[in-house]
Write a protein that binds this ligand. Structure first.
Ligand code: C2G
Length: 441
Protein backbone atom coordinates (compact mmCIF):
# COMPACT_ATOMS: atom_id res chain seq x y z
CA UNK A 1 0.00 0.00 0.00
CA UNK A 2 1.47 3.35 -1.09
CA UNK A 3 1.00 5.98 1.62
CA UNK A 4 0.80 9.71 0.84
CA UNK A 5 0.90 12.54 3.35
CA UNK A 6 0.15 16.24 2.96
CA UNK A 7 -0.25 19.14 5.39
CA UNK A 8 -2.14 22.41 5.55
CA UNK A 9 -4.20 24.87 7.53
CA UNK A 10 -7.27 24.40 5.29
CA UNK A 11 -8.93 27.56 6.62
CA UNK A 12 -12.24 28.48 4.92
CA UNK A 13 -11.96 25.30 2.82
CA UNK A 14 -12.09 26.07 -0.92
CA UNK A 15 -11.69 24.32 -4.28
CA UNK A 16 -7.94 24.95 -4.29
CA UNK A 17 -7.68 22.81 -1.18
CA UNK A 18 -10.03 20.21 -2.63
CA UNK A 19 -8.07 19.90 -5.87
CA UNK A 20 -4.85 19.49 -3.89
CA UNK A 21 -6.32 16.66 -1.82
CA UNK A 22 -7.82 14.96 -4.90
CA UNK A 23 -4.46 14.92 -6.70
CA UNK A 24 -2.63 13.91 -3.53
CA UNK A 25 -5.01 10.97 -3.20
CA UNK A 26 -4.24 9.89 -6.78
CA UNK A 27 -0.53 9.61 -5.95
CA UNK A 28 -1.09 6.50 -3.82
CA UNK A 29 -3.56 4.22 -2.04
CA UNK A 30 -3.81 5.87 1.37
CA UNK A 31 -3.90 9.61 2.11
CA UNK A 32 -2.95 11.10 5.47
CA UNK A 33 -3.81 14.80 5.90
CA UNK A 34 -1.96 16.82 8.53
CA UNK A 35 -3.94 19.84 9.75
CA UNK A 36 -2.12 22.58 11.64
CA UNK A 37 -3.00 23.32 15.26
CA UNK A 38 -3.94 26.94 16.10
CA UNK A 39 -0.80 27.60 18.15
CA UNK A 40 1.44 26.09 15.48
CA UNK A 41 -0.08 28.39 12.86
CA UNK A 42 0.39 31.42 15.14
CA UNK A 43 4.01 30.44 15.83
CA UNK A 44 4.71 30.37 12.08
CA UNK A 45 3.07 33.78 11.55
CA UNK A 46 -0.37 32.67 10.31
CA UNK A 47 -2.42 34.79 12.76
CA UNK A 48 -5.45 35.39 10.56
CA UNK A 49 -6.85 31.87 10.55
CA UNK A 50 -10.59 32.39 10.91
CA UNK A 51 -11.77 28.90 11.75
CA UNK A 52 -10.95 26.73 14.77
CA UNK A 53 -8.93 23.54 14.38
CA UNK A 54 -12.09 21.44 14.80
CA UNK A 55 -13.92 23.39 12.08
CA UNK A 56 -10.97 22.86 9.74
CA UNK A 57 -10.76 19.15 10.59
CA UNK A 58 -14.48 18.77 9.89
CA UNK A 59 -14.12 20.49 6.50
CA UNK A 60 -11.37 18.10 5.41
CA UNK A 61 -13.28 15.10 6.76
CA UNK A 62 -16.38 16.08 4.75
CA UNK A 63 -14.43 15.71 1.51
CA UNK A 64 -14.09 11.97 2.17
CA UNK A 65 -10.61 12.19 0.62
CA UNK A 66 -8.56 11.71 3.79
CA UNK A 67 -8.03 8.15 4.98
CA UNK A 68 -6.49 9.51 8.16
CA UNK A 69 -6.14 12.96 9.76
CA UNK A 70 -3.31 14.02 12.07
CA UNK A 71 -2.76 17.35 13.80
CA UNK A 72 0.47 19.18 13.05
CA UNK A 73 1.61 20.82 16.30
CA UNK A 74 5.34 21.46 16.13
CA UNK A 75 8.19 22.32 13.80
CA UNK A 76 9.79 19.13 12.50
CA UNK A 77 6.74 16.95 13.06
CA UNK A 78 6.66 16.05 9.34
CA UNK A 79 9.80 13.91 9.74
CA UNK A 80 8.33 12.16 12.79
CA UNK A 81 5.07 11.50 10.91
CA UNK A 82 6.77 10.19 7.76
CA UNK A 83 8.71 7.69 9.89
CA UNK A 84 5.82 6.84 12.22
CA UNK A 85 3.33 6.17 9.38
CA UNK A 86 5.94 4.76 6.96
CA UNK A 87 4.96 7.28 4.31
CA UNK A 88 6.09 6.83 0.69
CA UNK A 89 5.22 10.27 -0.69
CA UNK A 90 5.06 13.74 0.84
CA UNK A 91 3.15 16.24 -1.28
CA UNK A 92 2.21 19.89 -1.03
CA UNK A 93 1.27 22.74 -3.39
CA UNK A 94 3.85 24.33 -5.68
CA UNK A 95 3.80 27.55 -3.64
CA UNK A 96 6.08 25.58 -1.31
CA UNK A 97 8.42 24.37 -4.09
CA UNK A 98 11.87 23.74 -2.70
CA UNK A 99 10.88 24.28 0.93
CA UNK A 100 10.51 20.55 1.65
CA UNK A 101 13.31 19.07 -0.47
CA UNK A 102 14.98 18.02 2.79
CA UNK A 103 12.22 15.41 3.18
CA UNK A 104 13.68 13.54 0.16
CA UNK A 105 15.92 11.88 2.73
CA UNK A 106 12.84 10.11 4.15
CA UNK A 107 10.41 9.74 1.24
CA UNK A 108 9.59 11.01 -2.25
CA UNK A 109 8.66 14.70 -2.38
CA UNK A 110 6.06 15.84 -4.97
CA UNK A 111 4.98 19.45 -5.49
CA UNK A 112 1.52 19.74 -7.08
CA UNK A 113 0.56 22.85 -9.07
CA UNK A 114 -1.21 25.36 -6.89
CA UNK A 115 -4.72 26.30 -8.06
CA UNK A 116 -4.65 29.90 -9.18
CA UNK A 117 -7.36 32.44 -8.35
CA UNK A 118 -8.37 31.34 -4.88
CA UNK A 119 -6.85 31.55 -1.41
CA UNK A 120 -8.03 31.70 2.18
CA UNK A 121 -6.44 35.16 2.46
CA UNK A 122 -8.51 36.48 -0.45
CA UNK A 123 -11.69 34.97 1.03
CA UNK A 124 -10.97 36.56 4.40
CA UNK A 125 -10.35 39.93 2.77
CA UNK A 126 -13.54 39.92 0.66
CA UNK A 127 -15.36 42.36 2.95
CA UNK A 128 -12.69 44.12 5.00
CA UNK A 129 -13.64 46.09 8.10
CA UNK A 130 -12.97 49.77 7.39
CA UNK A 131 -11.25 51.37 10.38
CA UNK A 132 -10.54 55.02 11.13
CA UNK A 133 -7.70 56.00 13.47
CA UNK A 134 -8.22 58.73 16.05
CA UNK A 135 -5.68 60.61 18.12
CA UNK A 136 -1.96 60.74 18.72
CA UNK A 137 -0.14 60.37 15.43
CA UNK A 138 3.08 58.92 16.81
CA UNK A 139 1.58 55.66 18.06
CA UNK A 140 -0.93 55.47 15.21
CA UNK A 141 2.00 55.19 12.82
CA UNK A 142 2.92 51.88 14.53
CA UNK A 143 -0.72 50.78 14.33
CA UNK A 144 -0.80 51.26 10.55
CA UNK A 145 2.24 49.00 10.21
CA UNK A 146 0.75 46.38 12.54
CA UNK A 147 -2.63 46.32 10.78
CA UNK A 148 -0.92 45.27 7.57
CA UNK A 149 -0.68 41.80 9.15
CA UNK A 150 -4.44 41.54 9.70
CA UNK A 151 -6.22 40.29 6.58
CA UNK A 152 -9.75 41.45 6.97
CA UNK A 153 -9.42 45.08 7.90
CA UNK A 154 -8.38 48.22 6.08
CA UNK A 155 -7.27 51.55 7.56
CA UNK A 156 -9.40 54.14 5.76
CA UNK A 157 -8.17 57.30 7.39
CA UNK A 158 -6.96 59.22 10.41
CA UNK A 159 -8.42 62.06 12.49
CA UNK A 160 -5.67 63.93 14.27
CA UNK A 161 -4.58 67.48 14.88
CA UNK A 162 -0.92 66.56 15.14
CA UNK A 163 1.79 66.54 12.54
CA UNK A 164 1.67 63.16 10.82
CA UNK A 165 4.15 60.70 9.42
CA UNK A 166 4.37 59.43 5.87
CA UNK A 167 2.60 56.18 6.82
CA UNK A 168 -0.44 58.15 7.98
CA UNK A 169 -0.14 60.67 5.16
CA UNK A 170 -0.61 57.85 2.63
CA UNK A 171 -4.02 56.89 4.05
CA UNK A 172 -7.08 57.61 1.86
CA UNK A 173 -8.37 60.26 4.30
CA UNK A 174 -6.42 62.55 6.62
CA UNK A 175 -8.74 64.95 8.40
CA UNK A 176 -9.35 67.21 11.36
CA UNK A 177 -13.09 66.52 11.01
CA UNK A 178 -14.17 63.60 13.21
CA UNK A 179 -17.63 63.24 11.65
CA UNK A 180 -16.03 63.28 8.23
CA UNK A 181 -13.93 60.27 9.23
CA UNK A 182 -16.89 58.46 10.80
CA UNK A 183 -18.83 58.76 7.54
CA UNK A 184 -16.14 56.74 5.76
CA UNK A 185 -15.60 53.85 8.21
CA UNK A 186 -17.29 50.94 9.99
CA UNK A 187 -15.22 51.33 13.18
CA UNK A 188 -12.70 53.55 14.91
CA UNK A 189 -9.58 52.91 16.95
CA UNK A 190 -9.14 55.66 19.54
CA UNK A 191 -5.72 56.54 20.90
CA UNK A 192 -6.36 60.15 21.81
CA UNK A 193 -5.77 61.73 25.22
CA UNK A 194 -7.89 60.15 27.95
CA UNK A 195 -10.04 63.23 28.57
CA UNK A 196 -11.33 62.97 24.98
CA UNK A 197 -12.32 59.29 25.03
CA UNK A 198 -15.84 59.59 26.44
CA UNK A 199 -17.08 62.08 23.83
CA UNK A 200 -15.27 60.37 20.94
CA UNK A 201 -16.68 56.95 21.88
CA UNK A 202 -20.19 58.30 22.42
CA UNK A 203 -20.16 60.11 19.07
CA UNK A 204 -18.91 57.03 17.23
CA UNK A 205 -21.52 54.75 18.84
CA UNK A 206 -24.25 57.29 18.11
CA UNK A 207 -23.18 57.14 14.45
CA UNK A 208 -23.40 53.34 14.48
CA UNK A 209 -19.68 52.68 14.50
CA UNK A 210 -17.82 49.98 16.44
CA UNK A 211 -15.09 51.21 18.79
CA UNK A 212 -11.71 49.91 19.91
CA UNK A 213 -10.42 52.32 22.53
CA UNK A 214 -7.01 52.48 24.15
CA UNK A 215 -6.90 52.02 27.91
CA UNK A 216 -9.91 53.58 29.64
CA UNK A 217 -13.29 54.48 28.17
CA UNK A 218 -14.09 57.37 30.55
CA UNK A 219 -13.05 59.19 33.70
CA UNK A 220 -15.94 57.87 35.81
CA UNK A 221 -17.63 54.51 36.28
CA UNK A 222 -21.02 56.03 35.45
CA UNK A 223 -19.83 57.35 32.08
CA UNK A 224 -18.20 53.97 31.35
CA UNK A 225 -21.44 52.15 32.13
CA UNK A 226 -23.37 54.60 29.94
CA UNK A 227 -21.08 53.87 26.96
CA UNK A 228 -21.25 50.11 27.48
CA UNK A 229 -25.05 50.30 27.64
CA UNK A 230 -25.19 52.46 24.49
CA UNK A 231 -23.05 49.94 22.58
CA UNK A 232 -25.26 47.06 23.72
CA UNK A 233 -28.41 48.99 22.79
CA UNK A 234 -27.10 49.62 19.27
CA UNK A 235 -25.62 46.13 18.82
CA UNK A 236 -22.14 47.56 18.43
CA UNK A 237 -18.75 46.33 19.64
CA UNK A 238 -17.03 48.54 22.24
CA UNK A 239 -13.69 46.95 23.06
CA UNK A 240 -10.81 47.95 25.28
CA UNK A 241 -7.39 48.04 23.63
CA UNK A 242 -4.92 47.04 26.32
CA UNK A 243 -2.56 45.26 23.94
CA UNK A 244 -0.95 43.15 26.68
CA UNK A 245 -4.23 41.26 27.04
CA UNK A 246 -3.84 40.01 23.45
CA UNK A 247 -0.27 38.80 23.70
CA UNK A 248 -0.07 35.01 23.71
CA UNK A 249 2.42 34.81 26.58
CA UNK A 250 0.30 36.96 28.90
CA UNK A 251 -2.87 35.10 28.06
CA UNK A 252 -1.23 31.69 28.60
CA UNK A 253 0.08 32.98 31.94
CA UNK A 254 -3.42 33.90 33.08
CA UNK A 255 -4.73 30.46 32.05
CA UNK A 256 -1.88 28.73 33.93
CA UNK A 257 -2.59 30.75 37.08
CA UNK A 258 -6.28 29.90 36.87
CA UNK A 259 -5.36 26.22 36.42
CA UNK A 260 -3.78 26.32 39.93
CA UNK A 261 -0.19 25.81 38.82
CA UNK A 262 1.09 28.01 41.69
CA UNK A 263 -1.71 27.16 44.12
CA UNK A 264 -3.91 29.91 45.56
CA UNK A 265 -2.76 33.37 44.54
CA UNK A 266 -1.96 35.47 47.61
CA UNK A 267 -0.34 38.49 45.99
CA UNK A 268 -0.09 40.19 42.60
CA UNK A 269 2.53 42.91 42.14
CA UNK A 270 2.90 44.73 38.87
CA UNK A 271 5.05 47.71 37.93
CA UNK A 272 4.86 49.79 34.76
CA UNK A 273 7.02 52.90 34.39
CA UNK A 274 8.49 54.99 31.59
CA UNK A 275 10.36 58.25 31.92
CA UNK A 276 8.39 60.44 29.51
CA UNK A 277 8.19 64.09 28.66
CA UNK A 278 4.80 65.63 29.50
CA UNK A 279 3.01 66.04 26.16
CA UNK A 280 2.52 69.65 25.07
CA UNK A 281 3.84 70.73 28.48
CA UNK A 282 0.25 70.55 29.69
CA UNK A 283 -1.06 68.26 32.41
CA UNK A 284 -4.81 68.27 31.73
CA UNK A 285 -6.47 65.07 30.47
CA UNK A 286 -7.37 66.55 27.10
CA UNK A 287 -3.75 67.22 26.26
CA UNK A 288 -1.74 64.55 28.02
CA UNK A 289 -1.65 61.19 29.76
CA UNK A 290 -0.66 61.13 33.42
CA UNK A 291 0.75 57.99 35.06
CA UNK A 292 -2.57 56.52 36.18
CA UNK A 293 -4.22 56.93 32.78
CA UNK A 294 -1.21 55.91 30.72
CA UNK A 295 -0.22 52.83 32.74
CA UNK A 296 -3.16 52.11 35.06
CA UNK A 297 -5.10 49.78 32.74
CA UNK A 298 -2.03 47.71 31.93
CA UNK A 299 -0.79 47.45 35.51
CA UNK A 300 -4.29 46.61 36.77
CA UNK A 301 -4.85 43.93 34.10
CA UNK A 302 -3.28 40.97 36.00
CA UNK A 303 -4.63 42.21 39.33
CA UNK A 304 -8.26 42.37 38.21
CA UNK A 305 -8.06 39.36 35.88
CA UNK A 306 -6.56 37.11 38.57
CA UNK A 307 -8.06 38.44 41.82
CA UNK A 308 -11.22 40.06 40.43
CA UNK A 309 -12.57 43.53 41.16
CA UNK A 310 -14.30 42.93 44.52
CA UNK A 311 -11.44 44.25 46.61
CA UNK A 312 -12.26 45.21 50.20
CA UNK A 313 -9.83 48.13 50.41
CA UNK A 314 -7.96 50.30 47.97
CA UNK A 315 -5.30 52.84 48.94
CA UNK A 316 -3.93 55.26 46.38
CA UNK A 317 -0.65 57.07 47.02
CA UNK A 318 0.59 59.54 44.43
CA UNK A 319 3.37 61.97 43.82
CA UNK A 320 1.57 64.87 42.15
CA UNK A 321 3.07 67.52 39.91
CA UNK A 322 -0.12 69.59 40.24
CA UNK A 323 -3.57 68.74 41.47
CA UNK A 324 -4.08 65.98 38.90
CA UNK A 325 -0.86 65.04 37.14
CA UNK A 326 0.76 62.14 39.01
CA UNK A 327 4.38 61.43 38.16
CA UNK A 328 4.11 58.25 40.27
CA UNK A 329 1.23 56.32 41.80
CA UNK A 330 1.17 53.24 43.98
CA UNK A 331 -2.15 51.49 44.61
CA UNK A 332 -2.54 48.83 47.30
CA UNK A 333 -5.51 46.49 47.31
CA UNK A 334 -6.75 44.21 50.07
CA UNK A 335 -9.02 41.33 49.03
CA UNK A 336 -10.78 38.73 51.14
CA UNK A 337 -7.87 36.27 50.76
CA UNK A 338 -5.19 38.18 48.92
CA UNK A 339 -3.41 41.48 48.38
CA UNK A 340 -2.20 43.32 45.31
CA UNK A 341 -0.08 46.31 44.49
CA UNK A 342 0.58 48.29 41.36
CA UNK A 343 3.19 50.98 40.74
CA UNK A 344 2.87 53.24 37.72
CA UNK A 345 4.99 56.21 36.77
CA UNK A 346 5.81 58.52 33.91
CA UNK A 347 8.20 60.50 36.09
CA UNK A 348 9.81 57.57 37.88
CA UNK A 349 11.89 54.62 36.61
CA UNK A 350 11.55 51.21 38.22
CA UNK A 351 11.83 47.50 37.34
CA UNK A 352 8.80 46.76 35.16
CA UNK A 353 8.22 43.25 36.42
CA UNK A 354 5.14 41.22 37.30
CA UNK A 355 5.23 38.80 40.24
CA UNK A 356 2.29 36.54 41.06
CA UNK A 357 2.77 34.82 44.41
CA UNK A 358 0.96 31.58 45.26
CA UNK A 359 0.80 28.90 47.93
CA UNK A 360 2.73 26.39 45.76
CA UNK A 361 5.05 28.69 43.86
CA UNK A 362 5.15 31.97 41.97
CA UNK A 363 5.24 33.36 38.46
CA UNK A 364 7.95 35.82 37.51
CA UNK A 365 7.64 37.94 34.38
CA UNK A 366 10.73 40.05 33.63
CA UNK A 367 10.64 43.67 32.54
CA UNK A 368 8.99 44.91 30.42
CA UNK A 369 6.41 42.37 31.53
CA UNK A 370 3.58 44.06 29.56
CA UNK A 371 5.14 43.06 26.25
CA UNK A 372 6.80 39.89 27.23
CA UNK A 373 7.18 36.70 25.23
CA UNK A 374 8.62 34.85 28.24
CA UNK A 375 7.85 34.02 31.86
CA UNK A 376 8.92 31.53 34.54
CA UNK A 377 6.97 29.41 36.99
CA UNK A 378 9.23 29.03 40.02
CA UNK A 379 9.02 26.66 42.98
CA UNK A 380 10.88 26.03 46.23
CA UNK A 381 13.01 23.46 44.45
CA UNK A 382 14.57 25.30 41.46
CA UNK A 383 14.79 21.98 39.65
CA UNK A 384 11.00 22.14 39.30
CA UNK A 385 11.03 25.59 37.71
CA UNK A 386 9.48 25.87 34.27
CA UNK A 387 10.09 28.45 31.55
CA UNK A 388 7.56 29.46 28.91
CA UNK A 389 8.27 31.24 25.69
CA UNK A 390 5.67 32.42 23.16
CA UNK A 391 6.70 34.34 20.08
CA UNK A 392 5.24 37.87 20.29
CA UNK A 393 5.21 40.00 17.18
CA UNK A 394 4.53 43.73 17.52
CA UNK A 395 3.77 43.91 21.24
CA UNK A 396 0.33 42.38 20.73
CA UNK A 397 -1.17 45.18 18.59
CA UNK A 398 -1.90 42.98 15.55
CA UNK A 399 -3.57 40.31 17.76
CA UNK A 400 -5.69 43.03 19.38
CA UNK A 401 -6.94 44.26 15.99
CA UNK A 402 -7.51 40.69 14.85
CA UNK A 403 -9.65 40.07 17.94
CA UNK A 404 -11.55 43.32 17.29
CA UNK A 405 -12.25 42.52 13.64
CA UNK A 406 -13.37 38.97 14.58
CA UNK A 407 -15.67 40.40 17.26
CA UNK A 408 -17.26 42.80 14.76
CA UNK A 409 -17.65 40.04 12.13
CA UNK A 410 -19.22 37.63 14.63
CA UNK A 411 -21.23 40.34 16.40
CA UNK A 412 -19.96 39.23 19.78
CA UNK A 413 -17.32 40.82 21.93
CA UNK A 414 -14.77 38.01 22.25
CA UNK A 415 -12.32 40.37 23.83
CA UNK A 416 -9.73 39.15 26.33
CA UNK A 417 -10.95 42.06 28.45
CA UNK A 418 -14.48 42.14 29.84
CA UNK A 419 -16.65 45.06 30.89
CA UNK A 420 -16.20 44.30 34.58
CA UNK A 421 -12.54 45.18 34.07
CA UNK A 422 -13.34 48.26 32.01
CA UNK A 423 -15.70 49.63 34.68
CA UNK A 424 -13.26 48.86 37.49
CA UNK A 425 -10.46 50.78 35.77
CA UNK A 426 -12.68 53.84 35.31
CA UNK A 427 -13.68 53.51 38.96
CA UNK A 428 -10.03 53.60 40.07
CA UNK A 429 -9.31 56.68 37.94
CA UNK A 430 -12.44 58.32 39.37
CA UNK A 431 -11.21 57.63 42.93
CA UNK A 432 -7.83 59.08 41.94
CA UNK A 433 -9.42 62.22 40.49
CA UNK A 434 -11.62 62.66 43.56
CA UNK A 435 -8.61 61.87 45.77
CA UNK A 436 -10.69 59.31 47.64
CA UNK A 437 -8.77 56.65 49.67
CA UNK A 438 -5.85 58.87 48.78
CA UNK A 439 -2.41 59.84 50.10
CA UNK A 440 -0.17 62.47 48.56
CA UNK A 441 3.63 62.26 48.86
N1 C2G B 1 -3.33 25.15 -2.07
C1 C2G B 1 -3.50 25.04 -3.46
N2 C2G B 1 -4.14 26.02 -4.14
C2 C2G B 1 -4.64 27.10 -3.49
C3 C2G B 1 -4.48 27.21 -2.08
C4 C2G B 1 -3.81 26.21 -1.39
O1 C2G B 1 -3.04 24.06 -4.07
N3 C2G B 1 -5.28 28.07 -4.20
C5 C2G B 1 -2.62 24.07 -1.37
C6 C2G B 1 -1.40 24.58 -0.61
O2 C2G B 1 -0.28 24.65 -1.47
C7 C2G B 1 -1.24 23.50 0.44
C8 C2G B 1 -2.69 23.12 0.75
O3 C2G B 1 -3.47 23.56 -0.37
O4 C2G B 1 -0.56 22.39 -0.11
C9 C2G B 1 -3.21 23.78 2.02
O5 C2G B 1 -3.01 25.18 1.88
P1 C2G B 1 -3.15 26.13 3.17
O6 C2G B 1 -4.33 25.70 3.93
O7 C2G B 1 -3.00 27.54 2.72
O8 C2G B 1 -1.95 25.78 4.13
P2 C2G B 1 -0.38 25.92 3.91
O9 C2G B 1 0.19 26.54 5.12
O10 C2G B 1 -0.09 26.54 2.59
O11 C2G B 1 -0.07 24.36 3.88
O12 C2G B 1 3.75 22.99 6.30
C10 C2G B 1 3.10 22.90 5.06
C11 C2G B 1 2.01 23.90 5.02
O13 C2G B 1 1.18 23.69 6.13
C12 C2G B 1 1.21 23.82 3.72
Amino acid sequence: MKKVITYGTFDLFHYGHRRLLERAKELGDYLIVGITADDFDKSRGKINVRQSLMERVAAVKETGLADEIVIEEYEGQKIDDIKRYQVDIFTVGSDWKGKFDYLNEYCKVVYLDRTEGVSSTEIRSESPLKIGLVGSAGFLDKVVRECAYVNDLEIEGVYTDEGISSALQSLPLVTRNYRGLLDKVDAVYIFSYPGLHYEEIRTALACGKHVLCESLFAMTRAECEELIHLAEEKGLVLMSAVKTAYSIAYWRLILLVKSGIIGNVISVDSTCTSLDEIENGRTDYKNSWNSITKWGSTALLPVFQILGTDYKECRITSKLLDNRYDTFTKIDFVYQNAVASIKVGRGVKSEGELIISGTKGYIYVPAPWWKTDYFEVRYENPADNRRYFYQLEGEGIRYEFLSFSKAVKKGTVMSNINDVFNKAVCDIVEQFNRQENFNRI
